[in-house]
Design a protein around this ligand. Structure first.
Ligand code: PLP
Length: 395
């Protein structure tokens, strides 16, 4: 019999025990209270501040009052209501694909999609730093799991060459990587995939609403990748779109295949009316109202060089070109995060196994809800904290 208490104690001793902090005053986000300490939240994924947007709140509240708070059953049992069908049509248009299917979360979408479309004997070629949900989906499918070096098409090429030509193959990647904020050359990946007769699935969770001039659907749009080059566009309503839920978009054949086989879709209750309504409102707002994204972009252009300047005296750097700004601090990450919180800035330290040992970091996420004053204050607190921890390291 496994001793779970001992495993917890061991994690505690290694400083790796995860704990839930008490978060309060969420209605004032990005100012929240964390474990009783008032702080500016700098690590949430609400990149456009839409989770507190009155238009989304009203859409959600109106749907709940009209249609109820629960969806009663799975879609295959309870039917597919007009609001969910309309959302799926909007998602298909958003990414420029023929059809789409909504899932209860981005995590569930990834697991369900990969488990449904891959089988033992198939091959999955995945960036080494892909999101955990993609890895879990591949594992559950029983397909051969090949991981290529992060953002390295040459390594992908070598692995593709080694697979049997007739095998069913998928290349799977995040677009904006959640822990590093970097991104692949999708054109290179798609060309390789086409050459080796592999399909491509992309996860745009951190790119939806932020990249692409016309529709803001994500990195594929921004890089001008044709719709046919990507078999499955996966995305999430839970980050820049301010709501909750995930989606898959692709050909009618692939979407119909998901309806047959995706267990996370078949055996889970449909999303409730309020969540569907908020997702649809978020999707409309990011395409119609350009103001939040313009604010985020100008904040990012202003902040990123200042962050680099602050880090430079400590031989630290942050090379990201996106709204996700990792500061890799190794084993100092936890202490720096705790010290920043005392000063009123909440940046969660990301630790193994989410990132590799030595890659412990602060993962800073900019949002349109932040102001220059907020970030000015943060940089000063960061400078003081790093100076103090350097003194301690040399003591
Ligand atoms: C957050 C995230 C998901 C999961 O989406 P949820 O809606 O939070 O379940 C999937 N993929 C990536 C890359 C993510 O960052």
């Amino acid at each position: 019999m496994r001793d779970y208490a001992q495993a917890l104690a061991q994690a505690e001793a290694q400083g790796l025990r995860r704990r839930l902090r008490k978060a309060e005053d969420l209605c004032h986000w990005p100012r929240i209270t964390l474990d009783g300490v008032p702080a500016l939240d700098l690590c949430g994924n609400d990149y456009l501040g839409l989770a507190q947007d009155a238009r989304l709140k009203q859409a959600a509240a109106a749907a709940a009052l009209r249609d109820g708070v629960g969806a009663r059953a799975s879609r295959l049992v309870g039917g597919s209501d007009a609001a969910t069908r309309a959302l799926e049509n909007a998602v298909a248009q958003f990414v420029g694909a023929p059809a789409a299917l909504v899932f209860s979360s981005g995590y569930q979408a990834n697991v369900a999609i990969l488990q449904a479309l891959l089988e033992p004997g198939d091959w999955a070629f995945c960036d080494r730093l892909n999101h955990a949900s993609l890895n879990d989906g591949v594992r559950l499918s029983g397909a051969r799991f090949k991981r290529y070096d992060h953002l390295n098409p040459d390594h992908l090429h070598t692995l593709l060459q080694a697979a049997p030509p007739e095998a069913n193959k998928w290349v799977v990647t995040d677009t904006i990587f959640s822990m590093d904020g970097d991104f692949p050359d999708l054109r290179a990946l798609c060309e390789l995939a086409a050459r080796y007769n592999a399909r491509v699935m992309i996860d745009e969770a951190h790119a939806n609403g932020l990249f692409g001039e016309a529709r803001r659907s994500g990195l594929a749009e921004a890089q001008g990748i044709s719709e046919e080059a990507i078999a499955i566009h996966m995305g999430a309503f839970s980050k820049a779109l301010g709501g909750a839920g995930g989606f898959a978009a692709g050909s009618q054949t692939l979407i119909d295949s998901l309806i047959q086989r995706a267990r996370g879709f078949i055996y889970s209750t449909a999303l409730p009316p309020s969540v569907i309504a908020a997702a649809h409102a978020g999707l409309c707002i990011i395409q119609e109202d350009r103001e939040p994204l313009m604010r985020l972009q100008s904040l990012q252009a202003w902040f990123t060089p200042r962050l680099s300047q602050t880090l430079q005296p400590y031989s630290l750097r942050c090379d990201s070109q996106t709204q996700i700004l990792p500061i890799v601090l190794g084993n100092q990450a936890m202490a720096v995060s705790q010290e920043l919180l005392k000063r009123g800035y909440y940046v969660q330290a990301i630790r193994p196994p989410t990132v590799p040992v030595g890659g412990e970091r602060l993962r800073l996420c900019l949002s349109a809800a932040h102001t220059r004053d907020d970030l000015e204050g943060f940089l000063q607190a960061l400078d003081e904290t790093l100076a103090q921890s350097r003194l301690q390291a040399h003591a």
